[in-house]
Design a binder for this molecule. Structure first.
Ligand code: KIV
Length: 283
């Protein structure tokens, strides 16, 4: 049976050049299928705001949303390492506030680690969490919670000074005790340098071929009614949206035309029960 990874096993995977596979999941069936497919890590990302809850950004996602979805994932993926996002402004205000919120997600969400967006500016919070025994995954580059500050979902690392800042952020997170760092929408060259300089694994999304692992959003790779599947960095592995739409369309047609249900879908009563019933009605 598949065994849940540990953070030291992930560090070893980096040393041995064994790529780490990560996918998001937000509910019982998606997590179950991901575990059955031998995924290394499941991320209960705040991308659930976009792909499950229909928000434009991840900003409205709450701790309760993350806890609710994490619990379902944890019930399904009992042998997979699960990371949950700390949502917008649930960290970074004060260390006490960060710790209280982190404790809620860990205790009620039943996950093994937390992910926080940001670099040098959040390292004190990362240190506090790691000091409290909580494994922390960093997240740099395009950090969706800061989408308005970044003026949109743009590739990072192209402008003068951006590359140095990304590297400084990654090193600061590593020094603060992060066990891995997601690098999102960063040029392949910069992600390569960061991955080479760090001893902790980097997990890329739209960050090229050299990261120590890759993460993609479940609904994106399956074209499962996702607003994001047309993105350059997403590879489509199945078109579930089309399969599901066609299947529901056929069901609608069958119901309207009387093709469903058939005798095989129906339950029958013994004859004497029916006779009694007709008898009652006649009285
Ligand atoms: O929320 C999320 O799904 C993420 C991934 C895109 C890395 O942060």
């Amino acid at each position: 049976m598949k065994k849940r990874l540990t953070i030291s096993a992930m560090a070893k995977m980096k040393q041995e050049g064994n790529p780490i596979s990560v996918i998001t999941a937000y509910d019982y069936p998606s997590a179950k299928l991901a575990e059955e497919a031998a995924i290394d890590v499941i991320l209960v990302g705040d991308s659930l705001g976009n792909v499950v809850l229909g928000y434009d950004t991840t900003i409205p996602v709450t701790i309760d949303d993350i806890v609710y979805h994490s619990r379902a994932v944890a019930r399904a993926a009992t042998n997979t390492f699960i990371v949950a996002d700390m949502p917008f402004m649930t960290y970074g205000i004060s260390k006490e506030h960060t710790l209280i919120n982190a404790a809620k997600i860990m205790q009620e969400g039943h996950v093994q680690a937390l992910k926080l967006e940001g670099g040098i500016e959040i390292t004190e919070h990362v240190k506090a969490l790691v000091g409290a025994g909580i494994p922390v995954m960093g997240h740099i580059g395009l950090t969706p919670q800061a989408v308005h500050q970044l003026s949109g979902y743009k590739v990072q690392g192209k402008l003068e000074g951006e590359a140095k800042k990304l590297l400084d952020d990654a090193i600061a997170l590593q020094e603060a005790g992060a066990f891995a760092i997601v690098i999102e929408l960063v040029t392949e060259q910069i992600a390569t340098i960061i991955s080479q300089k760090l001893h902790i694994p980097t997990i890329g999304i739209g960050a090229g071929r050299s990261c120590d692992g890759q993460v993609l959003v479940y609904h994106d790779i399956l074209q499962y009614s996702s607003p994001n599947y047309a993105k350059k960095f997403v590879k489509t592995y199945a078109n579930l949206g089309e399969i599901i739409r066609n299947a529901i369309g056929e069901y609608v047609t069958d119901v309207k035309s009387g093709q469903f249900p058939q005798e095989e879908h129906s339950f029958q009563s013994p004859n004497h029960n029916i006779d009694n019933l007709y008898g009652n009605q006649d009285k």
